[in-house]
Design a protein around this ligand. Structure first.
Ligand SMILES: [Mg+2]
Length: 356
């Protein structure tokens, strides 16, 4: 049985900003572009979240939801600095670390560098060290696989520590609302609720055949996770070939204005992930899925690095219009960047958190 910790900083960018400027404490903070820009929210303090502000929503919407919010332009070098500190703390306990983003990672501590038999004790030690060295808080989830550890880290946020033991897993998952299952997004959640699946208990009633019928090959994943089964390893050398973002609409659309707006949003989101993961690339791909589920991708490769948001926006629109059969309505749009080079590789810096 493995021992996995999922460690995740609390409202990371916002917390770093508050640390740098303590007068912001207790106030609704939005890290992102100005409310007039077409950018998206990178991070929100817990006070701002009370108003419904979430990362990835447009900044203009954040302003409407929370007019008193203080908008701060992201300072990625500051976040990267904290990220390196956190990563160094992790690596004192294990080398089996799978970074998910600047502030989040899986750690396999089954065997660890301090010969500590209890993963919970390691999680406690990590929390203390992070607090002491960065003045920031981190939440840790402890369990025997990645899926459960990830859910556990979210359970007592902020500054949380939560353990899901093997014998508790199924009972815990039975009660868990279906939208809280990591890996079940908004669209799938809706579909499940439509099928009468509100929590883990309901999901468990579906047999493998039914789940595959409704959800394709992901059905097997759902079948397993609700039984507490997830055999994915903590993979410290995950190499990315591309980085992408996509969105399925609640209603299929043929409205060019709407689709263009969605592309802009995706471009912002992709740019944010590129920043977070220190990635740049030379190939941009737009993916569209029509309402009949046929998929079309249009790519272009450049001789220079694509590394700014406006450029991503413009190229995506061009590619989109060159590929879209305008008499067909669209259910999903996606943008991805490939032909990647990591900046830290180029600059020969120590490995940062790698992927999202
Ligand atoms: Mg976080």
């Amino acid at each position: 049985m493995r021992k996995i910790i999922h460690a995740d900083m609390d409202a990371f960018y916002a917390s770093v900003e508050i640390r740098e400027n303590p007068s912001l404490r207790g106030k609704p903070i939005v890290v992102g572009g100005s409310p007039e820009s077409r950018g998206v929210v990178c991070a929100a303090s817990y006070e701002a979240r009370k108003y419904g502000v979430r990362s990835a929503i447009p900044c203009s919407m954040a302003k409407r939801l929370c007019p008193s919010a203080i908008f701060i332009y992201p300072n990625f070098s500051l976040y990267k600095e904290a990220s390196i500190q956190i990563h160094e703390i992790f690596s004192e306990f294990t080398d089996l670390i799978e970074p998910l983003s600047l502030d989040e990672a899986y750690l396999d501590v089954t065997e660890n560098k301090i010969s500590e038999p209890f993963a919970t004790e390691i999680a406690k030690a990590i929390k203390i060290r992070v607090k002491k060295e960065t003045e920031l808080t981190i939440s840790c989830g402890v369990s025997y696989n990645k899926f459960l550890a990830k859910i556990a880290s979210d359970w007592k946020k902020p500054d949380g520590l939560f353990v899901i033991r093997p014998e508790q897993a199924e009972e815990f998952l039975d009660e868990l609302p279906i939208g809280k299952f990591h890996g079940i997004g908004k669209v799938t959640e809706k579909k499940m609720i439509h099928l009468g699946i509100k929590n883990g208990k309901d999901l468990k009633k579906m047999n493998l055949w039914e789940l595959e019928k409704y959800f394709g090959k992901t059905g097997k994943f759902y079948y397993n996770i609700v039984r507490g089964i997830d055999n994915r390893e903590v993979n410290s050398y995950r190499e990315r070939k591309s980085l992408g973002i996509e969105d399925t609409f609640s209603i299929d659309s043929q409205d060019a204005d709407f689709l263009e707006k969605e592309l802009n949003k995706l471009a912002s989101g992709l740019f944010l992930r590129m920043e977070k993961n220190e990635i740049r690339g030379r190939t941009l791909t737009v993916k569209l899925k029509y309402s009949d589920f046929t998929v079309k991708t249009i790519s272009r490769t450049f001789s220079h690095w694509i590394e700014n948001e406006d450029e991503i926006s413009e190229i995506s629109c061009e590619l989109f219009y060159s590929g879209w059969e305008a008499d067909k309505s669209i259910r999903l749009l996606g943008i991805s960047i490939g032909n990647l080079e990591r900046e830290e590789e180029a600059e020969n810096q120590p490995m940062l958190f790698a992927t999202d």
